[in-house]
Design a protein around this ligand. Structure first.
Ligand code: NDP
Ligand code: GDP
Length: 356
C-alpha cells in the first residue's frame, strides 16, 4: 500500500509546491488540507489536482476535532504543516487569530499525532521572524529568540511545543527555521510580490501610453534573506527523511534590501529608475525616456507610504544555513537575481493575458 502524507496549507505557496514535489518525486498519496471558504481559490493547485494520487480534504487548524478526525481516518506516514496566518503585517491586527492558528494550531496537530498516529513524521514551518531583533549576523540556530511581532512570537511558541512533544513522546517532529522564500505563487500582500505585480502593471501602462500610479511601500531599507520556495520544499523533504528528527535552518545566506529588490525588478522589465528625496518624501522615478510613452505626471514608480510601516520592524535578516548544507547536502539552486526575474516575468505575462 502506498504511503500517505497530509499537507496543510496546500492552497498556499509552500503547500502547493510541496504537493507538486511529492507527486513528482515519490509514490505517496497526498491529502491536501484546505479550510472551508465561501469562494475557494485553488489556483496554485492546477498541477496537483490533475493527479489521481491527490485528494483535497477539509480541516482547520483552529478546530482540533477536524485535525484529529483527519489523522485518525488517514493514519498518515507524514504530516507536513505549512498552514498559518503567515503575514507578519496582519498579525498586529488579528493577534489572537494569529496565535491560535500559528501556535495553538501546531499543538493541535501534535496532539492528534500523539493520540492517533505516533509513528507519523511531523514537520512544522518555523520562521526567521523568531530571531526578530537580531544580535548578530548571519544568524544560526543558536541565535536567541527575540520576536518583534505577534506572528514571530507565535512561531517561537510553536518551536517550543514541537521540541517538547518530540522529547516527551519520542515523536519524529521537526520545526525548522525558514528565512523568507518567495515565488510566482507568493501572496500578493508580501513585499516581493507587491513589487513584481506593481512592475507588471506599470509596464503595461507604459506600453499603452497610459498614466499609472506608483507602487506604495513602507520601509525600503529593511533587509531580507530571500530564496525561492521550490528550493525550500526540497530541503524540508530531506529533513523529513533523516534517521533522527533534528532542527535545521534554511536560507540563501545572502541579504538584500527592499530597495535593491525594487531596482532589480524594474530592470527585469527594462525600466531603470533613480531614488531621490528623503525619508517619507523619497521616490523612485524613471531615469530614462521611453519615446512618447512616458507621461511626465506619472514618472514616479515607487513612493513611500508610512501606512506600510510596522509597529515594530525586523530591520535585518541574514541566515547561516551551513549546517543544513553540510548535514543534509542541501543548497538553494535559484539565485536572488533569478528569483526576481521569475516573479517579474510571470506577473508581466499575467498582466498581458488579462489585457487581451
Ligand atoms: P501562505 O500564506 O501562502 O499559505 C498559508 C496557508 O495556510 C494557506 O493555504 C491558508 O489557507 C492556510 N491556512 C491559514 N489559516 C488556516 C487555518 N486556520 N486552517 C487551515 N489552513 C489555514 O504561506 P507560505 O506558503 O508562504 O508559508 C508556509 C508556511 O511557512 C507558513 O507556516 C509560514 O508562516 C511559514 N513561513 C513562510 C515564510 C515565507 O517566506 N514564505 C518564511 C518563514 C516561515 P487559505 O488560502 O484558506 O488562507
Ligand atoms: P516578512 O519578512 O515575512 O515580514 O515579509 P514581507 O514581505 O511582508 O516584508 C518584508 C519587509 O518588507 C519588512 O521589513 C517590511 O516592513 C518591508 N516592507 C516595506 N514596504 C512593504 C509593503 O508595502 N508591504 C510589505 N508586506 N512589506 C513591506
Amino acid at each position: 500500500m502506498a504511503k500517505k502524507i497530509i499537507i496543510t496549507g496546500v492552497s498556499g505557496q509552500d503547500g502547493s509546491y510541496m504537493a507538486d514535489f511529492i507527486l513528482n518525486n515519490t509514490d505517496l498519496d497526498v491529502f491536501g488540507m484546505v479550510r472551508r471558504a465561501s469562494k475557494p481559490d485553488y489556483s496554485n493547485l492546477k498541477n496537483a489536482l490533475k493527479s489521481s494520487r491527490f485528494k483535497l480534504v477539509t480541516g482547520d487548524l483552529s478546530d482540533s476535532q477536524s485535525i484529529e478526525n483527519l489523522v485518525r481516518e488517514i493514519n498518515p506516514d507524514y504530516f507536513i504543516n505549512l498552514a498559518a496566518q503567515s503575514f507578519v503585517g496582519a498579525s498586529w491586527q488579528i493577534p489572537e487569530q494569529t496565535f491560535d492558528v500559528t501556535a495553538v494550531g501546531v499543538l493541535r496537530c501534535l496532539e492528534a499525532i500523539r493520540k492517533f498516529s505516533p509513528k507519523c513524521r511531523f514537520y512544522s514551518a518555523g520562521s526567521s521572524e523568531e530571531m526578530g531583533d537580531v544580535t548578530y549576523s548571519p544568524q544560526d540556530l543558536n541565535h536567541p529568540i527575540r520576536p518583534r511581532s505577534p506572528y514571530g512570537a507565535a512561531k517561537a511558541a510553536a518551536r517550543h511545543l514541537t521540541k517538547v512533544y518530540k522529547e516527551s513522546y519520542n515523536l519524529y517532529a521537526v520545526h525548522s527555521i525558514l528565512y523568507n522564500h518567495e515565488s510566482e505563487r507568493r501572496g500578493e500582500e508580501f513585499v516581493t510580490r507587491k513589487i513584481s505585480k506593481g512592475v507588471a502593471r506599470i509596464l503595461t501602462s507604459i506600453k499603452r501610453d497610459r498614466a499609472f500610479k506608483p507602487i506604495e511601500l513602507g520601509n525600503v531599507d529593511a533587509k531580507r534573506d530571500w530564496s525561492h520556495a521550490k528550493d525550500f520544499v526540497r530541503g524540508i523533504w530531506i529533513m523529513m527523511n533523516q534517521e533522527k528528527a533534528k532542527e535545521y535552518l534554511l536560507s540563501s545566506n545572502e541579504t538584500h534590501s527592499i530597495r535593491e529588490f525594487v531596482e532589480k525588478a524594474f530592470l527585469c522589465a527594462g525600466i531603470s529608475g533613480l531614488w531621490h528625496g528623503e525619508r517619507e518624501g523619497e521616490e523612485f522615478s524613471i531615469s530614462q525616456s521611453y519615446g512618447n510613452a512616458v507621461n511626465p505626471s506619472s514618472s514616479v514608480l515607487v513612493k513611500i507610504n508610512p501606512e506600510f510601516y510596522r509597529p515594530a520592524e525586523v530591520a535585518l535578516l541574514h541566515g547561516d544555513s551551513s549546517l543544513a548544507r553540510k548535514e543534509l547536502g542541501w543548497q538553494p539552486e535559484i539565485s536572488f537575481d533569478k528569483l526576481v526575474e521569475l516573479m517579474v516575468l510571470s506577473d508581466i505575462d499575467e498582466a498581458q493575458k488579462s489585457e487581451e
